[in-house]
Design a protein around this ligand. Structure first.
Ligand code: AMP
Length: 116
């Protein structure tokens, strides 16, 4: 798979089904197939950026919007007040498995710190 042909690229292009919870011109959000918490949503840019290492200053607004959408979804899902976590795994040692930048939104249970 190339960075433009990941499962998330296919979801962003509407070629693969996902449980979408948000979309606009730049961003798509959908429920994780293998949820690690009662709320586990992935927020991705439509643009195929492979990892956080690959962003530049030109992506700053887009990165901000990924977090803004995460906060909006946390409110929608009813977890904003109790608390939630946003995570971006970058590369293998952090556990990144899909090489299309994504923000995990996790909540609905107490989350341990530090993470494993
Ligand atoms: P990461 O380990 O940070 O790369 O996260 C990838 C996440 O994508 C994992 O939590 C997977 O469960 C999730 N995932 C993989 N394929 C799909 C899919 N087709 N739809 C929804 N979530 C997926």
């Amino acid at each position: 798979m190339t960075e433009t042909d990941t499962v998330f690229g296919k979801i962003a292009r509407g070629e693969l089904e996902a449980d979408l919870v948000y979309q606009d011109d730049e961003i798509v959000a959908f429920r994780d197939l293998n949820p690690q918490a009662p709320v586990h949503i992935l927020i991705i840019p439509r643009q195929p950026i492979a990892t956080l290492n690959d962003v530049s200053v030109a992506d700053a607004t887009l990165l901000g919007r990924l977090l803004q959408v995460a906060a909006q979804l946390a409110k929608q899902e009813g977890i904003a007040e109790q608390g939630y976590r946003t995570v971006i795994n970058c590369n293998a040692q952090a556990g990144q498995t899909v090489y299309h930048l994504h923000v995990h939104l996790l909540g609905g249970r107490a989350l341990q710190w530090p993470p494993g």
